[in-house]
Design a protein. Sequence first.
Length: 92
Amino acid sequence: MAERLRRQQDLLQTAGRIIETRGASRDLLRGYVDRVQRSPDAGYRAWQDELLQENCRTFAAVHESTTPAQREQAVRRLRAYQRDLKELAEKR
């Protein structure tokens, strides 16, 4: 809960600075995203790192349990998502 409140306060402060500066929003948002991805709180960051490692182990176990045909299907699906995202980005 403390991390959630910290992030909420950080977002509000970042939004305020974006409004004040009118133009430096890209750098401000990048900084905010960096802080969300890598918390300044060491305890929370350690928990994030452990969670990431656990997710990697789980993903590896799922990958090892799939057949080549299932992996090919997954690659096709991910490429379709990639194509969709590129098309959406180009429409901006």
